[in-house]
Design a protein around this ligand. Structure first.
Ligand code: COA
Length: 189
């Protein structure tokens, strides 16, 4: 396993896997250029991170991304998505995104695991755990003591993955058509 900070050379693989994984969800329906711009802005910001993991023969196995700044999370990153949703008249997705932003503010969320995805052929081989460890190392080095993640209650593997990694399930939110679960995890200070 080769885990490293993502670079621009990894953007295409990240965006393709993101679209496959989150098809049918608001962020999975964004266009390739919008998602590329979104992940590029993560790579360019020192308060955000993205890690990629390659298996033998340089096969892309998965990625994780996170952000340690609420200001950046709720504004800079999402402004691109809002613009695209308005352009494509995707008003329901826009309302979901705004409702999620309201909850982030209400819950005092400062740091967030934005997305983690492992290619199906590499599931249950510890790839997710390796990616999560890299993210948490970044968070600890950045001074984050707790972080959050939103996931769909129907994502059974993700629910198991977060529970296995000692996240606390703190809230269920109705995002107009799907139920999001907010998980929280404390980190050593
Ligand atoms: C969630 C996900 C990232 C897990 O990745 P992974 O590489 O398979 O996870 P790991 O192999 O590191 O699993 C770690 C532990 O999580 C739990 N776990 C993970 N997947 C599970 C599943 N399908 N069923 C039950 N437990 C599971 C297990 O306890 C596992 O340890 P074990 O294999 O020793 O029993 C992967 O299933 C995925 O990409 N899902 C689609 C994307 C997604 O839902 N992302 C989360 C929303 S942001």
């Amino acid at each position: 396993m080769d885990i490293k900070s993502a670079s621009r050379a990894d953007l295409e693989s990240i965006v393709l896997l993101h679209k496959e994984t989150f098809k049918g969800y608001f962020s999975g329906e964004l266009s390739g250029p919008c998602l590329t711009a979104f992940y590029r802005s993560i790579l360019d910001n020192p308060l955000c991170c993205a890690f990629v993991l390659y298996e033998e023969n340089n096969q892309f196995a998965g990625f994780i991304s996170g952000c340690a700044s609420r200001a950046y999370l709720s504004f800079t990153l999402q402004i691109r998505m809002v613009a695209e949703m308005l352009k494509a008249c995707r008003f329901l997705e826009l309302i979901r995104l705004l409702k999620k932003a309201v909850y982030c503010r209400r819950l005092g969320i400062k740091a967030e695991l934005i997305a983690v995805s492992v290619r199906p052929e590499y599931h249950r081989r510890g790839v997710g755990n390796h990616l999560l460890s890299a993210l948490e190392k970044f968070f600890v080095e950045t001074g984050v003591i707790q972080y959050f993640v939103f996931t769909d209650v129907k994502h059974a593997p993700a629910m198991c993955f977060y529970r296995a990694n000692k996240f606390d399930e703190i809230k269920h939110i109705d995002l107009f058509g799907f139920e999001a679960v907010v998980f929280q995890k404390q980190l050593p200070s």
